[in-house]
Write a new protein. Sequence first.
Length: 492
Amino acid sequence: MAASAEAEPRVAGCEIRSIDYVPLNERHGKLWHLGPLWFMSNAQIATLAVGLISITEGGNLIWSLIAIVAGTVIGTFFMAFHSAQGPQLGLPQMIQSRPQFGYVGALLVWLFAYLQYAGFNIFNSILAGQALHTTVHGSVNLWVVLVTVLAFVLALVGYDVIHRAEQFLTYTFLVVFGVFTVGVLVNLGFPAGAFDLGDFHWTPFLAQFGVVAGYQISWAIYVSDYSRYLPPNVTVRKTFYWTYFGSALGGVWLMTLGALLAAWAGKDFDTIRSIKAAGDTVFHGFGAIVLLFAALGLVSVTALNMYGGSLTLIGAIDSVKKVRPTLGMRVVTIGLTAVLSLIGALAATSHFLENFENFLLLILYLFIPWTAVNLMDYYVVRRGHYAIAEIFNSRGIYGRWGWHGIIAYLVGFAVMVPFFSVGTLYVGPAAKALGGADISLFIGLPVSALLYWLLTRSIDVAAEQRLAEAEADELERAAHEHREPYDDPKQK
């Protein structure tokens, strides 16, 4: 089917689609593009800060590295399976929560998702501001504002330019951080016992594992956003692989660097200063080069958060009052997301690492039940068969409140609470009994998934599939004409 002028997904170079379905004649791109995008999204220095949690809590280096690898292997598994949903449904990630949680009920998880986008951008823009202040001087706040503005422009232009930017940054990263990593391994010294496998402590190991797994799972709310324009004939397996290995390699690389730098610097560790000092062991001034490139990476990932935050905010507004997902709506919601993140960054205190660890654990807790419910629904209950037009129908078959999903989410979260261990903020009774070790991940995932499966045994998936087939032509026509599918399919 040839693309018409009305179906063109851009206005003056800017993407206009947001939460709406991407029609087949606008599908484009190659699967391998997912690899650089998710590699570079993780290969930036906010990720580096994730890798030093165990070291700062008394763990040794070798067990920190094992925890990083284990947390990445498990956490990335879930986010990569979410990525495979995008090409099949042609929808961004969070709008896909409506079949499980309901047209209005999905607001429960969308609120948490939006807080995540804003929270990560606060940390990202602060780090970028500090990196630029250290290398080219000027006020940190001024650089934070500039980073926010650049990220806003990148997010506004949208999907295609974000993919291209991440590809370029990936190739550059391999050179700059390749040299930097060799310098760290060759030039830095590590304390005695750093590689002693006999020096094992559960609490720092599980703290590191939980933060890493949470960090990787936190990407789950993004992934379909950046695969939804791909043709639906791409395979789930290959979509999974490109996403998984891109994200996992980027994450392990930077988190490992974080652990190595923390073990080397000890109590004197500071993300920006330590990177600069380690880089300068290669040659004088190389530390500044590393930080300048790192700032570019942080601009790109800040744009990803603005883009995803905009989609989430538009979806939330649409759940309360129908809106047309226009370019103007994208401008407003990306702008609001940028402003909120900027205010948070300018008002943030200096307790960066402590706050970042707590934030990552909170994300883990909030999204473990969601990822369990969403993946169980997609891969086991409905097996990828959705009546997509009904997702935009407030009176449709998925209902306003998806009590199956809401109950499974709340119960899964509740059973996790005794196992929470959030530094000095809260340690649950089960975590105390385990010496402060946090195993809530292994509790919430199976409970939410199995409960949702039990609650949805009565769903007539075959009937939903027949409805999807009946609505398919209208869905494509509506997407070409940039309008909503009919509100009530029975009246078509």
